[in-house]
Ligand binder design. Structure first.
Ligand SMILES: NC(=O)c1ccc[n+]([C@@H]2O[C@H](COP(=O)([O-])OP(=O)(O)OC[C@H]3O[C@@H](n4cnc5c(N)ncnc54)[C@H](OP(=O)(O)O)[C@@H]3O)[C@@H](O)[C@H]2O)c1
Length: 270
């Protein structure tokens, strides 16, 4: 199978996805990017990616059209390409907060396959997490092609219903920022405890990677792993007591509910 892919918008996310594909499935994907900004086109060219100036130019020759522009301009882009859309051309949107129904409607109430994806920023380093969903049953070929594109920059999962995407946004979409905050806070504390900044960063980042790898590979859950490193009366117990006294679990719960509710409000406004 060769996936002929026209990408509209050649910014950070598009570059991450195509770079991933170039790394993992170079023979499977033939990509061209529509990008109005000359400087960005130049960056794409240096990555070996073919470019054109306008969205309409990718419509005639590609079976898959990826919408990778900012959500605010997505409706205008859809209206611009609507007249060029062919039946069975598969639309893949990565725009946050824009529902499949509003994409269909901006394209002129089409019945083409439409896949909505919630990727996240670690895609930029090949460690992304993307959740994919469609509102209709998809051909095996379309499903496989979308999986190939997003597997190339990390892991993918398919959701059964689109309404789950707001919760996914609260978990993996906004999630990197929760970990950035944890790392930032731990590095700051480490420096206050007298450790030089570069060493503090190395200690914290490697500890985060190690903990994450243990959760990923262990046959027990993070709760058991936590108990195993927490001796009664020890140092870890002293730290965890402070977090527990301020109900850390409840704080995370409330933060993620706030993110889910905000995602839901934004997609209703869009
Ligand atoms: N970054 C993330 O972590 C993340 C996560 C999940 C989802 N997303 C979604 O991914 C999408 C892209 O995000 P991004 O961070 O890659 O944004 P970005 O870097 O701003 O990329 C968007 C690109 O589209 C170009 N563009 C503007 N109008 C266009 C048009 N009419 N036709 C073709 N291209 C056009 C922009 O050019 P100019 O710069 O000249 O405007 C820009 O280069 C967004 O919808 C966002 O919601 C991003």
């Amino acid at each position: 199978m060769t996936i002929s892919l026209g990408v509209i918008g050649g910014g950070n996310m598009a570059q991450a996805i195509i770079a991933g594909v170039q790394r993992t499935a170079p023979d499977l994907v033939n990509a061209v990017v529509a990008e109005p900004n000359a400087e960005t086109r130049n960056t794409l060219s240096t990555m070996g990616i073919n470019t054109v100036n306008s969205a309409r130019e990718v419509m005639a020759t590609n079976d898959y059209i990826m919408l990778a522009v900012k959500p605010q301009i997505l409706p205008a882009v859809c209206q611009d390409i609507a007249s060029e859309l062919r039946p069975n051309q598969c639309i893949i949107s990565i725009a946050a907060g824009i529902t499949i129904q509003s994409i269909r409607s901006a394209l002129g109430d089409v019945s083409n396959p439409v896949i909505r994806v919630m990727p996240n920023t670690p895609a930029l380093v090949g460690e992304g997490m993307s959740a994919l969903v469609s509102d209709r049953s998809l051909d095996a070929q379309h499903r496989e092609a979308a999986s190939i594109l997003f597997d190339a920059c990390g892991l993918t999962c398919w959701l059964e219903t689109e309404d789950m995407i707001d919760s996914v946004t609260a978990v993996s979409g906004s999630g990197p920022a929760y970990f950035f905050l944890m790392i930032e806070s731990m590095v700051r504390s480490a420096i206050r405890l007298g450790i030089p900044p570069e060493t503090a960063k190395t200690l914290v980042v490697q500890t985060a990677k190690g903990a994450s790898a243990m959760v990923e590979t262990s046959d027990v859950g993070p709760d058991v792993l936590r108990q195993r490193v927490t001796s009664p009366g020890g140092t870890t117990a002293a730290a965890l007591k402070v977090l527990d006294d301020d109900d850390y679990g409840d704080l995370i719960d409330r933060a993620m509910i706030a993110a889910r509710d905000r995602a839901s409000a934004l997609s209703k406004d869009a």
